[in-house]
Design a protein around this ligand. Structure first.
Ligand SMILES: Cc1cc2nc3c(=O)[nH]c(=O)nc-3n(C[C@H](O)[C@H](O)[C@H](O)COP(=O)(O)OP(=O)(O)OC[C@H]3O[C@@H](n4cnc5c(N)ncnc54)[C@H](O)[C@@H]3O)c2cc1C
Length: 543
């Protein structure tokens, strides 16, 4: 049986519960992948063995003693389980490794500084000794950004550097330590009538430092912006010294230096503090609506019209494409109901219909006004208003679908996500090309949604599912994943909109950004980190 020392324990998401597949979901899985009830009881590559590392810690006793001297023995861990736990994030390829009992890139130690001053001392020491340092937040990266291919230490900022330092009501900002998790930040803000406005699906298990470093986006980003729009100032410890920016609203003092660290993925230094904009917390004012459209094209056209109308925009704004809509209807038990049959008669047919969700926040009259405008535009675009409860239901389960990945792995079904930013003019091209690519693989299945929306474009978010080739899971997954990235880029998409680049997407960086741009990134890195100790080994396409 599985225990807390196993590979499975590490790979499982979030609260590490064993997710049960619902009846409706089981029916969909059986049909899509040709499985029987007996197959659904399978445990492919369970990963239940206790973790054992082949590589012992390579730190010298004097180096370990020095680190212990800085932050205490209890904050320097070298046991196999800790080193394995901090050796990766949540990229599907990494989870497959764990299921196969492999830990290819363990750090030599996990070090948890108690104060920002200890971070400075650790970075100074590691720079002098040329020991690699990988900063770690919640380890929820899905791009292979949290590995230690050259060993060294993982710097766990979540254990101690996890407090709200100040809430400035006059400036409407919060200053936090970078290792604070989403719920702790939001609870403290809610108590005082504010909200952080940043709700990635990984919210419960990711940190402010990780949000900034991977340049993430929350589910209400259309209204509140991406994390880089929320950062006002930050403090980062680099091998070249401490960079601390001030909280001016805007300046013209050369470059905005804090932006260097948004998306730096731990390659330049350790973010220890950040000051962020905050927003009023007034959920009772939220005005929401769900619509159904006869086609993805019609829904996208309406979404663009809303964004370009200059009559206000929603905070949460999503369209599920026909495949995602179909799965949503089937797994919620809506499929085949009287209401479903009525929709079909009205021309909202399975296979082409699309759901759109909208939620506007802010002052009550404002939210109602904007929603009224949106409803008008949706009507004009031939969308039908279907009430508010689909949005409420979606919000209630918005963090839980991530748990499905583990039981699907038990069935030998891979499921992973990719995402891209794309201008409106190329959006449908990428959407179609991705579907064509996935359709070429027998029994593979792709769902796409739009969830972060701008005046000149949006993101596309891809979730693919497919049975894996048994005995060749890693290569099979990598080749399929690579092909989908190639397809997205060939049709005009960006490498990432909000997951970041890590080591997984790094091979596309130079070609996508161009050589001169990459040289600039490398020059900045060389200045701040001359010995390449910060998250070395390929993240962002750096060395
Ligand atoms: C189920 C699931 C759902 C997700 N949904 C979303 C989503 O909706 N939106 C989204 O944007 N992302 C999402 N992600 C991706 C991931 O959660 C984000 O990239 C998140 O911002 C990472 O935060 P973290 O604290 O877990 O950082 P980590 O994974 O620990 O680190 C990510 C990177 O940041 C660096 N880093 C972390 N902390 C610091 C620091 N203090 N200083 C310097 N560098 C640091 C690390 O070295 C690494 O390179 C999802 C991931 C999962 C597994």
């Amino acid at each position: 049986m599985e225990n807390g020392n196993s590979y499975r324990h590490i790979l499982k998401w979030g609260d590490k519960r064993e997710e049960v597949i619902s009846h409706h979901m089981a029916e969909v899985i059986k049909e899509k992948f040709g499985l029987s009830d007996a197959d659904l009881k399978g445990k492919h590559l369970p990963g239940t063995e206790p973790v054992r590392l082949a590589k012992p810690s390579a730190l010298k006793p004097a180096q370990l003693e020095h680190l212990q001297g800085i932050c205490g023995n209890e904050n320097v861990l070298t046991d196999d389980l800790s080193r394995a736990r901090f050796s990766c994030g949540k990229f599907y390829g990494e989870l497959l490794d764990l299921r196969l009992g492999l830990v290819p890139d363990p750090p030599d130690a996990v070090v948890a500084p108690r104060t920002p001053e200890e971070v400075e001392r650790i970075i100074r020491f590691c720079n002098a000794e040329k020991i690699p340092v990988v900063p770690a937040g919640g380890l929820s990266s899905v791009t292979g950004a949290n590995r230690a291919p050259f060993g060294g230490i993982v710097l766990d900022v979540t254990k101690h550097l996890n407090r709200v330092l100040a809430i400035n009501r006059v400036n409407k900002t919060v200053t936090v330590q970078a290792g604070i998790y989403g719920p702790a930040l939001e609870e403290e803000l809610n108590r005082l009538g504010y909200s952080c406005g940043h709700f990635p699906q990984s919210f419960e298990y990711s940190t402010v430092g990780g949000w900034i470093s991977a340049r993430g986006a929350g589910q209400a980003s259309t209204g509140y912006g991406k994390i880089e729009d929320m950062v006002v100032a930050l403090k980062a410890v680099t091998p070249a010294g401490v960079i601390e920016t001030k909280d001016y609203p805007r300046t013209a003092q050369g470059w905005d230096l804090f932006r260097l660290f948004a998306g730096a993925e731990g390659t330049l230094g350790v973010i220890t503090e950040a000051t962020l904009h905050i927003f009023n917390y007034a959920p009772q004012n939220t005005a929401s609506a769900a619509f159904i459209f006869r086609s993805f094209e019609a829904a996208v056209e309406t979404m663009r019209n809303i964004m370009q109308s200059e009559s206000g925009k929603p905070h949460l704004f999503r369209i599920s494409d026909p495949d995602e809509t179909d799965i949503a209807f089937r797994t919620s038990g809506f499929d085949g109901t009287l209401a479903d049959r009525a929709l079909q008669l009205l021309g909202f047919r399975t296979g082409s219909r699309c759901l759109m969700f909208v939620a506007v926040e802010g002052e009550r009259d404002y939210a109602r006004f904007v929603l009224k405008k949106i409803k008008g535009k949706a009507r004009k675009g031939k969308g039908m208003y279907i009430g508010t409860s689909p949005v409420r239901k979606w919000l209630d389960q918005r963090y839980s679908s991530a748990y499905m990945r583990d039981p699907l792995m038990d069935l030998g079904i891979m499921t992973d996500t990719l995402e891209t930013a794309i201008t409106w003019e190329h959006l449908l091209k990428v959407w179609k090309a991705a579907h064509d690519y996935v359709a070429r693989r027998p029994k593979a299945f792709l769902m796409i949604h739009i969830s972060h929306v701008y005046e000149n474009g949006a993101n596309l978010y891809f979730t693919f599912l497919s049975p894996m080739e048994k005995g060749n899971e890693k290569q099979d997954f990598s080749a399929f994943h690579r092909g989908l990235v190639d397809t997205i880029l060939a049709n005009g998409g960006s490498i990432s909109h909000h997951h970041g680049v890590g080591r997984v997407l790094a091979p596309w960086m130079e070609e996508h950004l161009g050589r001169s741009s990459m040289e600039l990134l490398r020059a900045v890195k060389k200045h701040l980190d001359p010995y390449n100790i910060m998250n070395p080994g390929g993240t962002l396409g750096l060395i």
